[in-house]
Write a protein that binds this ligand. Structure first.
Ligand code: DAO
Ligand code: DAO
Length: 297
């Protein structure tokens, strides 16, 4: 593991991360940022004292980042909770800012959805430049998470969960209410480019999970949007998975339509928290925060 002396454990070098291969140049990072995987490695490899010291530094640099507190609570043994009580800067109810776009996400959506991770959707154009398309936040109903996953995963550590493929699939396939909230960053989005990006990203998942191209399902989704719909910078889109595998789309507060399809729900979630996600850090955040939910009794 490479680490700098000034920021032990906190900033990984900008490496080629899993999932940042040619299929998703999206994930290429140009600036080092704090990563949980580094923290995981630190907790397993280094002494608890060193990890705790690193944790304090993280909190003081990111007073509004509740994820770090969760991470530290999960990774450090109970004896360190006193330390955390005294560093009560992150209270879990402050909004979380996606660092590259500056877009802020409320910690709670509606009354029951908890923010689990934030990230950035990029798109490369002709392999020449990478544009930031939208920032996103992944939310889930915490009671649902516990109801559907506690029995099977309640006793696993965050580290074990993170490495369990079963866990990841169950998280996306159980009837858990989840919402992905997108805030548009790119200022020149056209309906045409949205449709074609969607056909590529969601289309490839439909194919992967069902073995067929599902043109009809793909079209049922895109036909919710009229050509005159626009998504200027700042627009908010909510993709909500509701009980019974109903995917509801809301744009700037206005409901566009609902589609009942387990396959479509699975495919949409896969973009954000599947095997090859748009932003690996968002997925890492989600894994940690779900682990944290499962450890709350
Ligand atoms: O201007 O040609 C261009 C690039 C457009 C990229 C569009 C990516 C669209 C991603 C989907 C957005 C869904 C809200
Ligand atoms: O990023 O590739 C992707 C998929 C994003 C799916 C979101 C689709 C939202 C569609 C909104 C249409 C607005 C007119």
């Amino acid at each position: 593991m490479m680490m700098s002396l000034r920021f032990p454990f906190l900033f990984s070098q900008p490496t080629n991360l899993p999932g940042s291969g040619s299929s998703s140049q999206n994930n290429h990072r140009t600036t080092p940022r704090p990563r949980f995987s580094a923290t995981f490695a630190a907790a397993t490899a280094a002494s608890i004292g060193a990890a705790a010291a690193a944790g304090v530094a993280v909190v003081s640099q990111n007073p509004n980042h509740p994820f770090f507190q969760h991470a530290a609570n999960l990774l450090l043994p109970n004896s360190s909770s006193l330390l955390w009580a005294s560093v009560s800067l992150a209270d879990g109810s402050a909004p979380v800012v996606e660092p590259k776009s500056g877009v802020s996400f409320p910690a709670v959506l509606g009354s029951s959805l908890t923010l689990l991770g934030v990230g950035l959707r990029k798109k490369s154009i002709l392999g020449l430049k990478n544009i930031d398309v939208y920032a996103f936040g992944v939310y889930a109903n915490g009671d649902d998470v516990k109801k559907f996953l506690s029995e099977k995963y309640g006793n696993l550590s965050a580290f074990e969960l993170k490495n369990s493929k079963d866990f990841n699939n169950d998280l996306m396939e159980a009837d858990i209410s989840m919402t992905v909230r997108l805030q548009i960053v790119y200022s020149k989005l056209s309906i045409k480019s949205i449709r074609s990006a969607y056909e590529e990203s969601v289309g490839s998942r439909l194919q992967k999970f069902s073995g067929s191209d599902n043109k009809e399902l793909l079209q049922r989704f895109t036909s919710q949007f009229k050509d005159e719909n626009k998504l200027p910078r700042g627009s908010l889109v909510e993709l909500s998975k509701e009980p019974g595998y109903v995917l509801k789309t809301i744009i700037d507060g206005k409901e566009m339509g609902s589609i009942e399809s387990k396959l479509l729900c699975r495919s949409i979630l896969d973009l954000y928290i599947g095997e090859d996600p748009f932003d690996r850090r968002a997925k890492d955040d989600v894994d940690l925060n779900v682990a944290s939910l499962l450890q709350q009794k």
